[in-house]
Design a protein around this ligand. Structure first.
Ligand code: ACO
Length: 446
């Protein structure tokens, strides 16, 4: 099969959100810390009637409907998630509800998880499946809802679900031969307490691990590219760079880091002014380079004009929703498609996926206009990002915290009914109604 990749995509995020500016004031953080310091505008969160399963049901049902896909055509369903509702029963099995109705139970795949990387692992499974054994198309559902305990990490939560249809002749196709990964054992962010939804996180370490993984993947990506194409690769060979986005500041630092890599690799595309400004850092050891605030500032400054062109279009959803974990990288990709769909034909997008613990992969995508319904134009129209963002309901920080408290209490609980309050949910949205005494969960569709 040719041009295997993403044929269709849709995103769902909860209608409730909190402004970072209000949260900042509520938490007693200095003014600008969450908005400028972390670079975030808004954070979406689930109310007590929504969870990983309801959002996944909503987005998969919506994908099938909006692209008019026959559920019988689906041969694989993969889910990438970091939220554990059940240590044995995968989220995928709940989604079978949608396919069983059509009589199709012949669907391979279960859940993949490793922090924010589960979505990429699931996506690569789907791509490999189509590349090697095209039977029926796979669907991938990436979901995440992340909440943090009180403290500095709390403003970096978020929630969304993305569904993608994978197949041949796709408008967003994989350049699989250049794919590069970096995997290692570290304790930067993990969830050892099975009774709690909150992670244990070493924020500073996670930032350094992210940048080290980025460097390693980029170096290997470039080596593979250069071996196959016979020319040096630099960021100028990709029209857009899309990063896993825990918060926007890290994305700014990441792009600057790629630029610094190009400088160190002596790329002709780095201009003289930048060379002059980065020269003082050329002899730093790699360890020193991660700690140098001056390098961080200088590289961000020289990369700023390119950041505005190559990265900024991907930041729309991540800045408005927050860290969507397994869905974060793909919401950033969706932002580029939404913002630039009419000028992407023939272009390349470089993607970086990171999951703490740690697992990471860099890969690239080739864009083609495609043919309806699997065209960039139709994907942008289905995503309908502006309408979805504008119809959200902004709540107070107090309401957000009250909801988190209730969810803490409900996490792992049984024998309760939800309020079934669906007033904020758009029609077609699935919601949780109750969990019975056997921990069985029940959902309805609005
Ligand atoms: N105005 C403008 N900027 C400000 C202000 C202000 N009033 N106050 C602080 N800042 C800046 C800081 O200078 C810093 O920016 P810099 O890094 O460019 O210098 C930024 O705001 C953050 O402030 P810090 O004090 O450095 O960080 P904090 O202790 O608040 O923690 C962190 C931030 C580590 C990101 C925390 O939110 C966290 O642990 N999040 C979860 C972990 C995470 O997302 N890791 C990323 C990869 S792993 C993953 O995806 C889970």
């Amino acid at each position: 099969p040719k041009d295997v990749g993403i044929l269709a995509m849709d995103i769902y995020f909860p209608p409730a959100c909190v402004h970072q500016e209000a949260l900042e004031a509520h938490d007693g953080a200095s003014k600008g810390k969450y908005t400028i310091g972390l670079g975030q505008d808004c954070m979406a969160y689930c109310s007590e009637v929504e969870d990983v399963i309801s959002m996944s049901l909503t987005v998969v049902a919506s994908l099938l409907k909006k692209y008019n896909i026959d559920p019988k055509q689906i041969g694989r369903l993969e889910v990438g998630s970091e939220t554990v509702i059940d240590k044995s029963k995968s989220i995928k099995t709940w989604l079978m509800h949608i396919f069983e109705e059509s009589g199709n139970t012949d669907i391979e795949g279960v859940d993949s998880s490793n922090a924010c990387y589960g979505g990429t692992a699931a996506l690569l499974n789907c791509v490999n499946w189509v590349e090697t054994l095209l039977i029926h198309w796979p669907i991938l559902c990436n979901y995440y809802d992340q909440v943090y305990a009180e403290g500095p990490a709390r403003p970096t939560g978020g929630a969304a679900a993305i569904a993608m249809l994978i197949g041949p002749n796709a408008p967003i196709s994989f350049e699989s031969k250049y794919r590069a990964s970096h995997m290692a054992h570290v304790y930067d962010f993990y969830k050892p307490d099975l009774a709690s939804e909150y992670p244990v996180v070493d924020g500073k370490l996670s930032q350094t691990c992210y940048l080290m993984a980025l460097d390693s993947c980029y170096r290997q990506y470039c080596t593979k590219y250069e071996k196959i194409v016979g020319e040096q690769f630099s960021i100028s060979d990709a029209e857009y760079c899309v990063f896993h986005s825990p918060y926007n500041k890290l994305v700014q630092k990441s792009f600057a880091r790629l630029y610094f890599n190009d400088f160190m690799r002596n790329c002709s595309t780095v201009d003289n002014d930048a060379k002059e400004k980065l020269q003082p850092f050329a002899n730093l050891t790699s360890e020193e380079s991660y700690q140098s605030r001056d390098l961080e500032k200088a590289s961000q400054q020289v990369a700023k004009h390119l950041y505005d062109i190559k990265v900024q279009p991907s930041t729309l959803l991540p800045k408005q929703i927050g860290n969507m974990y397994t869905a974060s990288l793909y919401a950033a990709l969706a932002s580029v498609i939404y913002n630039k769909h009419d000028s992407l034909d023939g272009q390349r997008i470089l993607m970086f996926s990171y999951g703490s613990g740690l697992t990471s992969t860099m890969f690239s995508l080739r864009l083609h206009d495609g043919q309806h319904p699997f065209s960039l134009m139709n994907i942008a129209s289905v995503l309908d990002v502006t309408t979805k963002l504008e119809s959200r309901h902004v709540t107070s920080p107090e309401k957000f915290i009250e909801t988190l408290k209730l969810m803490e209490h409900r996490y792992g609980a049984k024998d309760f009914e939800t309020s079934k309050d669906t007033s904020l949910l758009p029609p077609g949205t699935f919601y949780l109604t109750k969990v019975d005494s056997m921990y069985r969960r029940f959902y309805e569709k609005k």
